[in-house]
Design a protein around this ligand. Structure first.
Ligand code: AVJ
Ligand code: FE
Length: 436
């Protein structure tokens, strides 16, 4: 017998689960079977692996909540375990695409079986607050992989012939280049909403900020081109030493996916091969490139605390909001990410361009924004799931905001994404800050 109180928790949990699972399937519905197996780079994963892995994580979660839980198959667990030593020795990431078994069909069968198991688990187990939190983390994990899957699909498909589609991207009408001033002092950073957040967004804690300036818009392609044309990639003095090494080692001359055709810069994405749109935020740059641009421009990257305060602090009301535009979740129709992927894909400005009360724009839903902050636990950090986030607390930088590929339900102002300093296959850009 399920009580009403339990139903109140279980019903939305089941709804969120189904919504998340069907979004995963939607994302791959136009693929051919051949597409599912290919891994186009060591940092990518084949679509079939994502489909399996997002399912496997629910098994990992259920095994933590129910000591008697039996995994579907040892072979599947070995292939689908990304990096959790606690569940055995994970397979080498670079080899995910050289394995033909489990087959694509078997992976989909697995996906469906796990659907039934999770639903049954939610329906029949008595769920503590911690159990609800862990299961919800499974949904958010799946959201993370939906975005990673989109990166991988772009890498897989943009490399191959595709007809050029009509460029549906809205131009952003960024006429004036300007920045806003933010008052310093003590700022309490971290998540303070009611819904789900990751362990790394907690606890809320005070940081001291000096007064600073931050740009209203992320750096655009047009602005970034000025850096390129001014010899940015050929001038050591703009670069961190490690960054300069990467520039030379990889022969970087522009952001990832850029190439010159008839003397003009083009990019390759879900729209096909198209000329650079000067108004879009620059995308597919590494931390090193973002940092070098800032140095060239006489500016700097914001810290993540500065980014968060500019995005979510309402000075008039003296309160922090969950999103730059307030506390309301972005609505479905304003950011139909699936529609974007399938029809001209990846539209910039997929989320409401809620101007933050500080006056900043496009802080969420265009590109992830590099910050100068090292990825580490906040003071008082407690792990929410061993190995998920906390073992990555070295040699990575925090990105804030969220991209046009981030699912709506997982977007919020306190979200901390993190990548290594030379990674640029994600939807990454940046905005500049300045001291006063
Ligand atoms: C936060 C995007 C770096 O890609 O490993 C996926 C997200 N964590 N599964 C990653 C994640 C566990 C993570 N990033
Ligand atoms: Fe994962």
């Amino acid at each position: 017998m399920t009580s009403n109180a339990e139903l109140e928790v279980k019903k939305p949990l089941l709804e969120q689960f189904r919504e998340t699972r069907s979004r995963t399937l939607e994302l791959v519905k136009t693929l051919e079977k051949d597409d599912f197996v290919v891994q186009t780079a060591v940092f990518m994963s084949p679509p079939k692996w994502h489909i399996g892995h997002v399912s496997w994580i629910y098994e990992a979660i259920m095994s933590k909540l129910d000591k008697n839980y039996e995994f579907y198959s040892k072979e599947f667990s070995e292939y689908l375990n990304s990096y959790y030593q606690q569940f055995g020795v994970p397979q080498d990431k670079g080899l995910r695409g050289v394995i033909s078994r489990p087959t694509v069909d078997q992976i989909f069968e697995y996906f469906n079986t796990i659907n039934q198991r999770v639903e049954k688990f939610i329906e029949t187990q008595s769920l503590s607050d911690d159990a609800v939190r862990l299961i919800t983390m499974g949904f958010h994990h799946e959201c993370q992989h939906q975005e990673l899957l989109v990166y991988d699909l772009q890498h897989l498909l943009a490399e191959q012939y595709r007809p050029v589609r009509k460029n549906k991207i809205k131009s952003q009408n960024r006429v004036e280049k300007k920045s806003v001033q933010i008052k310093g002092g003590l700022y309490t950073m971290g998540f303070n909403g009611k819904e789900f957040c990751y362990d790394i967004e907690l606890p809320e804690h005070k940081v001291y900020l000096n007064d600073y300036k931050i740009d209203v818009f992320p750096v655009t392609n047009e602005e970034y081109l000025e850096f390129i044309e001014d010899g940015g990639y050929e001038t050591y003095k703009y670069w961190l030493s490690d960054g300069w090494e990467k520039v030379k080692e990889n022969n970087w001359k522009a952001p990832m996916y850029w190439g010159k055709i008839d003397g003009k810069w083009h990019t390759r994405d879900f729209l096909g091969i198209r000329e650079i749109n000067p108004n879009e935020p620059v995308c597919h740059v590494s931390f090193y490139e973002a940092d070098a641009y800032c140095k060239w421009a006489g500016k700097r990257l914001p810290t993540e605390a500065e980014w968060e305060k500019a995005a979510c602090w309402n000075e008039d009301k003296q309160e922090k909001t969950v999103f730059p535009w307030g506390n309301d979740q972005p609505s479905e129709d304003k950011c139909n990410i699936l529609e974007s992927y399938h029809w001209g894909c990846a539209e910039m400005g997929a989320y409401p361009n809620g101007v933050s009360s500080s006056g900043c724009q496009h802080m969420i839903g265009d590109v992830w924004e590099w910050t100068s902050s090292e990825f580490a636990g906040y003071p008082g950090f407690k792990t929410g799931f061993d190995e998920y986030n906390d073992k990555w607390f070295t040699n990575q930088k925090v990105l804030r905001g969220g991209s046009f590929g981030t699912p709506r339900m997982s977007i919020r102002g306190s979200y901390r994404n993190f990548f290594r300093l030379d990674e640029r296959w994600l939807f990454s850009g940046f905005r500049c800050a300045e001291d006063i």
